[in-house]
Design a protein around this ligand. Sequence first.
Ligand SMILES: NC(=O)c1ccc[n+]([C@@H]2O[C@H](COP(=O)([O-])OP(=O)(O)OC[C@H]3O[C@@H](n4cnc5c(N)ncnc54)[C@H](O)[C@@H]3O)[C@@H](O)[C@H]2O)c1
Length: 251
Amino acid sequence: MTDLTNIKDHVILVAGAASGIGYEIAKHLLSVGAIVVTTDKNSDGLTELKNSVNSEKLHVRIVDFLDDNEIEALIQFIEDEVGQLKGVINCVGILGQRGILSEEIDLDNFDLVYRVNLRSALVLSIAAIKVMKPRKYGRILQLASISGKEGNPGLVAYSVTKAGIIAMVKSQGKEYAESGITINALAPALIDTPMVASFTEEQRNFLKAKIPMNRIGDPIEVATLAAWIVSPACSFTTGFAFDLTGGRATY
Ligand SMILES: NC(=O)c1ccc[n+]([C@@H]2O[C@H](COP(=O)([O-])OP(=O)(O)OC[C@H]3O[C@@H](n4cnc5c(N)ncnc54)[C@H](O)[C@@H]3O)[C@@H](O)[C@H]2O)c1
């Protein structure tokens, strides 16, 4: 019987792979035999990944997601130089200003968070859909957050963009429902990465206390779910925000 979770030799792009969740996802996908194209603006993290896995199936491309043209060129590079793109997992994200009230928001910082977290995700999805659509198969997974479902105080810009990701995949999931491409989001609570390490202890404890399992998630718990979502097995779910919150969000 065919194992629909098998993604051996599937070409999968992991964006934001120099650190945290994306790094762990890239490593996990390689361990199950996928051909993984990693990208990030941080070359050090990608070099470290390349040295640690030492795999011919790993490709590295430095891209700044603030540049639409660079994102489009990345998809073209994959198609021309690596192979037909089957999956995209987008982990690019920044927190922006944190721990401040709305009245203290710097609007330039708000715009930056919007461009890195939401606009680039849209640009990436459009470029991927264009190459996937004629082949009638594709898997797109965007990293949203529990903050996009519930909002987090002191994190308005971040929460707004993550809510935008959830709304975007709901809309695109319906738009492309008959195309063979599934478009989903993942909405984690606290996961143990450098992004979370940048919180103050007080902020971390506040968010951890909301998790019924009373612990922070491990990046491998994100990676194994992500690998399933971008496999052929995840064929009847689109426009969905998968939960990964240790029981915090049961919807
Ligand atoms: N860690 C958590 O608790 C958590 C929870 C919910 C959602 N998320 C989301 O998961 C994703 C990954 O988060 P993480 O915790 O691994 O964070 P991280 O900071 O470790 O990784 C984010 C990556 O995005 C890259 N990046 C930032 N701006 C970029 C740009 N302009 N161009 C290219 N790359 C850029 C960074 O260099 C970094 O490697 C993010 O979208 C984040 O919002 C994380």
